[in-house]
Design a protein around this ligand. Structure first.
Ligand SMILES: Cc1cc2nc3c(=O)[nH]c(=O)nc-3n(C[C@H](O)[C@H](O)[C@H](O)COP(=O)(O)OP(=O)(O)OC[C@H]3O[C@@H](n4cnc5c(N)ncnc54)[C@H](O)[C@@H]3O)c2cc1C
Length: 413
């Protein structure tokens, strides 16, 4: 078969988005590749792409800024900035969720997470965390930079799935030349063609073929279609397909985690305050990570990752207002940064029309039904992508795409 890929953007990779024009090739999207990502590793080898080991999490230290105070995370338990009581005081804010959720995981294997037999556990983070003893003060911290829009709105099953999937990882790595190089290589090797800037606006089945209509008015016909659009993007497409009602509901109710990633250049102000480069904060910048020069390893700036309600708030700001807020925040949390940080760029996944968020975040009570709906084809259209996959992240996206392609080949042989 000769596939035709219709891609809305002018680049391959989707949510694997590397800024190749900047010296450290920073990632706006996917970064980490687990050891268990067997398909990603195999494709990287085929493409001659190196995945270098990531430093162990926390190995370079952590600074916190909470309740107006900046401190080394080593001093958290005795700090007056720490609003927690009892044994919770010793748990760092970014570890609070795991502290309660990893204790007992009621599903046996990562792939069981969407089985109807586990639906009794399809409850919100808030419900499970409270039941396990989390205080209201800790719950407030969890909602500062948790990997969800709000702990009330997301099923905890997804967290358990991720934790179980990571248990088989002995480590993780990162694409040396950028995560998007894998998609670039796959696009170049495809025995078919890729059409960029091709926004699909309608998908229909007619006369034994799938018809895709593009925003430029052109139409493409094919015997089969693999549709990998994230659900918020799929919700914008007119679908004249034999869709099950549960699938329509899944598209309509899809709630993706809002994530905004912002990049900053910086002069080495940290040499003066001596604090770690990585930060967890309760400010509008939420989490900060160093951008390291690939040749020298020197820190050349920061990447801020803002999640959920925080992302929604900064997404409302225009560039000038965001820059003012970000630089004022740097000056507040690291006074030595004043005048020594420069805003470079940001990407808001929540407002990106071709994503609608960083990843699917299933509302409580919907997991089994939604995932079963996604696993069914709609006539000649099969669905694939992170939201359909059994495995996490880019590994899941690739595996589910391969499974859909294999099913088409089998059906037509
Ligand atoms: C900030 C961030 C950090 C992440 N970190 C990690 C990580 O460390 N490790 C990991 O494994 N994963 C990570 N992920 C998740 C990972 O990036 C995704 O799971 C994976 O890339 C999803 O692949 P996909 O093919 O399902 O979707 P996408 O990569 O989103 O591909 C869908 C494609 O459909 C296109 N499209 C959308 N609408 C249309 C339309 N109307 N017409 C034509 N084309 C359209 C899009 O442009 C896109 O290219 C992260 C994601 C984000 C945003």
């Amino acid at each position: 078969m000769r596939p035709l890929v219709l891609e809305a953007r002018d680049r391959p990779g989707g949510r694997a988005y590397t800024r190749f024009d900047l010296p450290d090739r920073p990632e706006f999207g996917a970064v980490e590749v687990g050891d268990s990502y067997t398909r990603v590793h195999a494709l990287a080898r085929d493409c001659g792409l190196r995945i270098r080991p990531s430093p162990p999490p926390g190995s370079a230290g952590l600074a916190l800024h909470v309740n107006g105070r900046t401190l080394d995370a080593d001093h958290w338990s005795e700090s007056s900035a720490n609003p927690l009581a009892g044994p919770e005081r010793a748990v760092l804010p970014p570890r609070l969720e795991a502290h309660y959720l990893a204790r007992t995981i009621p599903i046996a294997r990562a792939t069981d997470w969407d089985a109807p037999s586990f639906s009794a556990h399809d409850r919100s983070f808030t419900a499970v965390l409270r039941e396990r003893g989390m205080s209201e003060a800790a719950l407030r911290l969890v909602n500062v930079a948790g990997n969800h829009n709000h702990s009330d709105d997301v099923s905890v099953l997804g967290w358990w799935r991720g934790a179980l999937a990571r248990r088989s990882d002995t480590g993780a790595g990162q694409f040396e030349a950028g995560a998007a190089t894998l998609a670039t290589c796959m696009a170049a090797r495809l025995d078919g063609s890729v059409r960029y800037a091709s926004v699909v606006t309608a998908l229909a089945e007619a006369g034994g073929l799938v018809l895709a209509r593009l925003a430029d008015g052109s139409e493409h016909r094919a015997g089969h279609c693999v549709c990998t659009l994230p659900l918020p993007a799929l919700g914008r497409v007119r679908l004249r397909l034999p869709l099950q009602p549960a699938m329509r509901q899944t598209i309509n109710r899809a709630a993706y985690t809002r994530v905004t990633v912002a990049l900053f250049d910086a002069e080495p102000f940290w040499q003066e305050d001596g604090l770690p480069l990585t930060m967890w904060t309760d400010t509008p910048l939420e989490r900060l990570f160093p951008r390291l020069h690939p040749a020298t390893g020197a820190c050349i700036g920061f990447k801020a990752i803002v999640n959920g309600a925080g992302a929604a708030a900064v997404d409302r700001l225009d560039e000038a207002a965001f820059e003012r807020l970000a630089l004022a925040t740097f000056a507040r949390i690291r006074p030595n940064a004043t005048g020594r940080v420069r805003y470079v760029a940001r990407h808001a996944w929540g407002t990106d029309p071709f994503a609608g968020g960083a990843y699917a975040a299933w509302p409580p009570g919907m997991v089994a039904e939604s995932r079963a709906a996604l696993s069914r084809s709609a006539g000649r259209v099969r669905f694939a992508g992170e939201h359909v996959a059994d495995a996490p992240g880019i590994e899941g996206a690739i595996r589910s795409g391969e499974a859909a392609a294999s099913a088409i080949l089998e059906a037509s042989s």
